[in-house]
Design a protein around this ligand. Structure first.
Ligand code: ADP
Ligand code: MG
Length: 287
């Protein structure tokens, strides 16, 4: 069984490089050969309507290059996660749309109408529909909490919206959850472990913004919500962010390209081992 780990050519963050290394060590145990390759190294030319990759059975895809993922799939490579699942998670507006009417609770959310980046939004009148504050504004594409903003009132919302890229974004009810969330790690359709993240200085609990991570045990309700979402999005593995407020539980987002180093440190469970086992079983046809 020959595999590759495909990573983004331009992300030089140390935590990302550490993750690639953790995945490499675990997956090497279950295959005959494993190479790490950047998207820039293997992006082929499509010639005579075809793209070819030599002797690759599977790709662990740690990039978000859905074109490359699809080219690999079309040439017979099993890609973990699939191009469709990565695309479904990468755009938060699309993730919410997929999960809507499926019984998964999410904060009240408004997705702005689609615009072309040539036109942007000539006015923001559509935001008159927002009659609940505070709100969390999220760019459709974003991660590590960096494209997520809090607006206490209409004028703050308009100010944030004016400065966003010329594309769809989300406006979401702010849920009072004590600046904490639960990150659930999923593999093969099952919730495997979880950590709580709490930030005393920011409503965003992302570890990269100073969120402190601690191990939590998985309760049935949280595991079920994560498992349903993972199934609807067709994921092999992922990290799901869930918040609690009183009796209510809300799904915030699903990460197809999950960082595993904090999870491993805090829970003592190496998520990469689960992924290695899942890849092995899938390629051998046991899943
Ligand atoms: N609706 C919300 N109410 C309260 N806190 C939120 C809400 N949405 C996001 N957050 C906080 O902001 C963090 C980042 O938001 P998230 O949607 O997970 O985007 P990212 O992809 O940047 O991690 C969450 O982990 C959570 O702590
Ligand atoms: Mg998140």
């Amino acid at each position: 069984m020959n595999g590759i780990i495909c990573y983004n050519s331009y992300n030089k963050m140390q935590s990302y490089l550490d993750n690639i290394n953790m995945y490499y060590k675990a997956i090497l145990n279950v295959c005959d050969s494993l190479k790490t390759v950047s998207s820039a190294q293997i992006m082929p030319i499509i010639e005579n309507g075809s793209a070819a990759f030599d002797n690759i059975d599977f790709a662990l895809f740690l990039d978000k290059d859905i074109c490359l993922a699809k080219l690999l799939e079309n040439s017979g490579v099993r890609v973990f996660n699939s191009s469709l699942s990565i695309a479904s998670c990468d755009n938060k507006a699309y993730t919410h749309s997929i999960l809507t009417n499926s019984g998964i609770n999410m904060p009240k959310t408004y997705i702005t109408p689609f615009t072309f980046n040539t036109f942007g939004y000539p006015n923001l009148d559509f935001l008159d529909i927002i009659d609940f504050f505070p709100v969390v504004v999220k760019q459709a594409y974003g991660s590590l909490g960096q494209q997520v903003y809090l607006a206490k009132n209409k004028s703050e919302l308009l100010n944030i919206a004016k400065n966003l890229p010329k594309e769809q974004f989300l406006v979401q009810e702010y849920i009072e959850c004590g600046n904490s969330d639960t990150r659930v790690f999923m593999c093969g359709g099952k919730a495997k472990c979880a950590m709580k993240r709490h930030n005393s200085n920011d409503f965003r609990s992302n570890a990269e913004l100073g969120g402190v991570c601690t191990k939590v045990s998985l309760d049935e309700k949280t595991a079920l919500m994560a498992e349903n979402a993972s199934k609807l999005l067709g994921l092999d593995f992922c990290g799901i962010d869930i918040i609690n407020s009183g009796e209510n539980q809300y799904l915030l987002e699903v990460n197809s390209n999950v960082m595993i180093n904090s999870l491993a440190k805090v829970t003592g469970i190496n998520p990469a081992d689960y992924i290695a086992e899942h890849i092995l079983k899938t390629i051998k046809g046991q899943v």
